[in-house]
Ligand binder design. Structure first.
Ligand SMILES: [Zn+2]
Length: 82
């Protein structure tokens, strides 16, 4: 796996008021932890969706930039570390 900059996400400043938009369950349980990054979502009306460090869907933040992990098995041998 290699880390690639995810240009759809931006890192929030530490003093942001944004809260995590993650939810799950029935009834719905909202995360509401302080958000660390946000992404632009939507079809006709794009809005920023913020998420906390626990809900970045496998992404990671390095030096103020959001990265996502991209599988390399198509271009590298299968003995690469996962
Ligand atoms: Zn969260």
């Amino acid at each position: 796996m290699e880390w690639v900059i995810d240009k759809q996400w931006i890192v929030l400043s530490p003093d942001t008021a944004s809260l995590c938009r993650y939810w799950s369950g029935q009834p719905m349980i909202f995360c509401r932890q302080k958000a660390v990054a946000q992404m632009l979502r939507g079809w006709r009306h794009q809005t920023w969706w913020a998420y906390c460090a626990d809900h970045l869907y496998g992404r990671t933040i390095r030096e103020g930039v959001v990265y996502y992990g991209r599988a390399q098995h198509l271009v590298e041998s299968h003995d690469a570390p996962t």
